[in-house]
Design a protein around this ligand. Sequence first.
Ligand code: 13P
Length: 240
Amino acid sequence: MKLVVANWKMNLTASETRAYTAAFRKGLTALEGVEIVLAPPFTALAAAAAAEGRWSLAGQNCHHRSSGAFTGEISARMLADLGCRYVILGHSERRRDFGESGELLSEKVARAREAGLVPIFCVGESLGEREAGATEEVLERQVADLAADPAGMPLVVAYEPVWAIGTGQRADGGQIRGAHGRLRSLLAVRSDLRILYGGSVTAETSGEILGLPDVDGALVGGASLDPAGFARIARAAIQR
Ligand code: 13P
């Protein structure tokens, strides 16, 4: 079964989330055969949970410590308590804008596990790295931060090339297959691994992307903000 994840980033208030979930539910007729996850901002998680649809929830981030004097931060346990099953970790926007290092991300993965959350661990090269032929090296380095995570635990890895995020320029089939194949061999010890593609996935392109071998689903940013469009992506995932 494919997994489609809506990463709303810093969009949609709690009241907008109520309108979104009502509209999204209408687009989801007979949606067996696809796993749907919504990742609203922290302030809208409760509204998305209360709407009780055929989706589970993800946090977009969590702190690397379990509790304490960290003003403004959110722990993995807080997310689990609100009903989250997943947490997105290592998104390139956090790596880039908040300087999140591999070491820090390993700690976040450990906190997620303690709280019973499944990490959606994001990896991906920048344009400069791809042009320098360093894509495989970057993926290898980023995946190495999962070394301490028990191999038998369910894990989701999202391949999100930085140059494809929010640019409208998605990776092509060959690039996706190459990266996913590499990730799968780097993570061969994992017994429960799903690899998602993310980066300018739209309702129009989702069918083709989700149909690629080695693509277990999609992590969708901008296109997930439209409930009808995201419902289309979820439907496209069913036949794949
Ligand atoms: P876009 O789908 O807007 O390119 O964003 C992808 C992403 O970063 C999802 O986490």
